[in-house]
Design a protein around this ligand. Structure first.
Ligand code: NAD
Length: 340
C-alpha cells in the first residue's frame, strides 16, 4: 500500500517508517521538522519525507494514498500546557483537518495515534474502550476532541481507526527523554541515580515503541470490518506497572540507588488499562517487548552512543526544551506555526 505517515520524523515515526517499508509498503512522510537534528543514531532513509504543517494540507496533497498514519502532534502534557489553544489547533482541529482532507482525496483508511491519557484519572478498575473519558490535561482533552471530530467523518468509504497507545518506551533514532522508562534509564545512566518525579505509586500502562509500530501495521492490514471506526487500547497487560517497579528494575540494571526529586508527590495520571480487545480482534498484532527488555535495550544503546547528560536533559531529547528553544529563536510562534 501507499501510505502517508505524518509525524514521521518524531520518536514513533522514526521506528514505524522502516517497519512499514520492510513489510513492503511505500511510505511518504510529512513533518514540520521540529526535531530535525535531535538524533540518537542514524535516521531512516530510502523514502520521501515532505516538510510541511498538517494544518496546511490540501486534498491534492493526499491523492493516490491508500492510508494515512496520523502521528503528528504536540506529544506530551508539558508542551500541551504551554498554550492549550495551540494544542487543540494541532492535536484536535489539525487531526480532524487531515482526516477531512484524506476523505476528500478518497483515502480509505485513517489511523489516528490517540492515547490512553484520554482516560485520565480512572480509579482502580482497568479501563476498556467503552470507559468514560476523563482527561486531566489539555493534551488528553485534545485526543478526546480529535476522536470525536474524526468519528463524524466515518462512512462506507472512509474508515478511521483510533489507536489509544499506552505510554511508549524504548530506543528510537529520535529518542525522547520525557517518557517514564526512557527518563529513568537515562537519568540513571547520566547521573548515577534513578530519580523519581512522583512518589512512585501510580500505575502506568506501557508499550514498546516497536510494538506501537506493529499495532499500526496490523491496523493497516486488518479487514475493514474489524477496524472501521473502532478504538483499540494498544499495549499489553503484563506492562501495566507501578512507576516504583520500573525504578527498581532500572536501579538493578544500572547498579545505582533510587532517589526522589524535591517535592515528589502523587501523580494524577493513575490508571490501569485493559488490552483484551486488540488481542482478541486483531490477531495480526503480537507485542514482542517487555519493560525489562526495553530497559536493557536503552541502557546498551546509551552506552554505545555515549549519551551525555546535557543532551539527555536538554532540547535534543526533551520535547518541551526543544519547543521553547525554537520559540526563543523566533522559529515557532505561539500557535506552533513554523516561521520561515
Ligand atoms: N510516545 C508516547 O508515549 C505516545 C503515547 C501515546 C500516544 N502518542 C502519540 O503518538 C504520536 C507520535 O508521538 P511521538 O512520541 O512520536 O511524538 P514526537 O513529539 O516525537 O513526534 C511528533 C512529530 O510530529 C511533528 N509535528 C508536530 N506538529 C506538527 C504539525 N502541525 N505539522 C506537521 N508535523 C508536526 C513533529 O515535528 C514531530 O516530528 C503523537 O500523536 C502522540 O500524541 C505517543
Amino acid at each position: 500500500m501507499k501510505v502517508l505517515v505524518d509525524g514521521d520524523r518524531g520518536y514513533v515515526g522514526a521506528v514505524l517508517v522502516p517497519l512499514f517499508m520492510e513489510a513492503g509498503h511505500e511510505v511518504v512522510g510529512l513533518d514540520a521538522g521540529w526535531y530535525d537534528g535531535c538524533d540518537f543514531g542514524a535516521q531512516p532513509t530510502g523514502y520521501e519525507s515532505r516538510t510541511g504543517d498538517i494544518r496546511d494540507q490540501r486534498p491534492e496533497d493526499l491523492a493516490g494514498f491508500d492510508a494515512v498514519v496520523h502521528l503528528a502532534a504536540i506529544s506530551n502534557d508539558p508542551v500541551g500546557h504551554l498554550n492549550p489553544e495551540a494544542t487543540y489547533s494541532v492535536n484536535a482541529y489539525g487531526a480532524a483537518h487531515m482526516a477531512q482532507v484524506a476523505k476528500e482525496a478518497g483515502v480509505p483508511r485513517f489511523l489516528f495515534s490517540s492515547s490512553c491519557s484520554l482516560y485520565g484519572s480512572a480509579g482502580d478498575a482497568a479501563v476498556t474502550e467503552r470507559s468514560d473519558f476523563n482527561p486531566v490535561t489539555p493534551y488528553g482533552e485534545s485526543k478526546v476532541m480529535a476522536e470525536q471530530l474524526i468519528g463524524k467523518l466515518a462512512d462506507d468509504d472512509f474508515s478511521p481507526v483510533y489507536l489509544r497507545n499506552a505510554t511508549a518506551y524504548g530506543s528510537s533514532p529520535r529518542l525522547r527523554a520525557d517518557i517514564v522508562v526512557n527518563n529513568l534509564t537515562g537519568t540513571a545512566f547520566t547521573r548515577g541515580e534513578v530519580r523519581l518525579q512522583s512518589d512512585g505509586s501510580p500505575w502506568r500502562p506501557l508499550v514498546h515503541v516497536q510494538d506501537i509500530s506493529r499495532a499500526f501495521l496490523a491496523m493497516l492490514e486488518a479487514d475493514r470490518d474489524v477496524v472501521h471506526d473502532q478504538a483499540f487500547n494498544i499495549g499489553r497487560d503484563e506492562d501495566v506497572v507501578q512507576i516504583r517497579d520500573i525504578a527498581t528494575r532500572v536501579a538493578e540494571r544500572m547498579d545505582c540507588p533510587v532517589t526522589f526529586a524535591e517535592g515528589a508527590a502523587p501523580d494524577k495520571r493513575d490508571y490501569r488499562v485493559d488490552f483484551g480487545k486488540v488481542t482478541e480482534r486483531v490477531p495480526g498484532f503480537r507485542p514482542a517487548w517487555t519493560v525489562p527488555d526495553g530497559i536493557e535495550e536503552l541502557a546498551s544503546d546509551m552506552e554505545r552512543i555515549g549519551l551525555e547528560r546535557a543532551d539527555f536533559e536538554g532540547p535534543r531529547f526533551v520535547r518541551l526544551e526543544r519547543i521553547n528553544e525554537l520559540k526563543a529563536q523566533g522559529r515557532l510562534d505561539d500557535m506552533l506555526v513554523l516561521k520561515h
